[in-house]
Design a protein around this ligand. Structure first.
Ligand SMILES: [Zn+2]
Length: 108
């Protein structure tokens, strides 16, 4: 039974790796297609290696650590941390900032 699970897991990982390669190839084909469209307009396609690193590392967006949060006007997090405040965004209290810092989502 256990060996069966191991075997299944191994196959699953193989499939996962193969799917990743295919997904990446699909994305790159789309990218090349877009690049041609940009080219037709006389525009340089923005940074191909950056697009590749996005594929490699997932879609996590980078934050400029120097730029203060537009709501709190402090550095350490950006406006995205306010997403759950909906339409009525406000600066975090120092208690909230401390809590986010403990979660690693704000660097004091
Ligand atoms: Zn903020």
């Amino acid at each position: 039974m256990a060996e069966n699970a191991i075997e299944q897991y191994r196959k699953f990982k193989e499939q996962e790796a193969a799917l990743f390669v295919r997904a990446k190839a699909d994305l790159m084909a789309k990218y090349d297609d877009l690049a041609k469209q940009f080219e037709a307009l006389g525009i340089d396609m923005p940074n191909r290696s950056k697009a590749l690193s996005v594929v490699a590392t997932g879609l996590k967006r980078q934050r400029d650590p120097q730029r203060p949060c537009p709501y709190c006007n402090v550095t350490g997090h950006d406006g995205r941390l306010h997403r759950n405040q909906g339409d009525r965004k406000r600066a975090f209290t120092s208690d909230e900032l401390e809590a986010y810092a403990r979660q690693g989502r704000h660097s004091a």
